[in-house]
Design a protein around this ligand. Sequence first.
Ligand code: GRG
Length: 288
Amino acid sequence: MSETAQSVEAVLDDLLPSGDGPEARLFAAMRYATLGGGKRLRPFLVVASADLFDVPRSNSLRAGAAVELIHCYSLVHDDLPAMDDDELRRGRPTCHIAYDEATAILAGDSLLTLAFEVLADEATHANPDIRCALVAELASAAGGQGMAGGQMFDLAAEETTFGLEEIRRLQALKTGRLFNYSCLAGVILGEGSPAARKALMDYAHDLGLAFQIADDLLDLEGDELEVGKKVGKDAEAGKATFVSILGAHDAREEANRLAGKAASHLDLFSAKADLLRHVARFVVERRT
Ligand code: GRG
């Protein structure tokens, strides 16, 4: 993961604008929000899924960078006072604290649109049908029927007490859709078979839920310095989460069960999918 993270960092550094003039502050905020932090888990999923089909890294790293740009935009907007109102992210002041709210909104907008510019560029893949599929699927994953819809659902969770099934759907949208996309991008780039696509989608589904339960547990039990963001927020907001509904013990068991189930979907790929299997364990054992 750290090897991929380094490669993605270099690609992102290259893709992000910099310069002088009145826009310089925006470019600096985009770079601040994207570079030098984060686990780069979504790009890792893109690259590791694409590796199953022997896709050149020059292609998969660009698709991975595009997902990370969307992820970073979502974090910048999520941290704004109108949403989660957070001051700490990846162990540093959030973008609107380091800059200002207007700049952070524009930085998020610009990261979002840059992601599509990257995918639409022929350096991502020579075949325009493949580029088009990457763009269309990312739009669907990030938009109103995907991550942004999940964020709306999450805002509603502050007013309404949802049950387990609703929380599952909320998280499948807010967090799960980008995980799904990350694995799907590998299949699209590698022109994988329908069976390979199904296996990776089932893997991503269970992995995303396991990741989210682990995130809820970190919010309950994690250390702010280690996690790099404020903890204890769900309980403070009285929000229903997997942990508040299941209790910490059962939630941990469920996360472990889902991680095992995620790995079991990859039998089709034999040892070639070992890194993806290890990642399923990593998401439930991580401390950040
Ligand atoms: C504002 C449209 C819009 C959407 C925001 C994903 C999201 C939706 C908000 C993030 C808030 C949050 C803490 C969600 C829980 C799961 C999550 C996405 C955690 C952060 O992802 P990591 O752990 O972060 O992969 P790093 O910093 O490692 O990249």
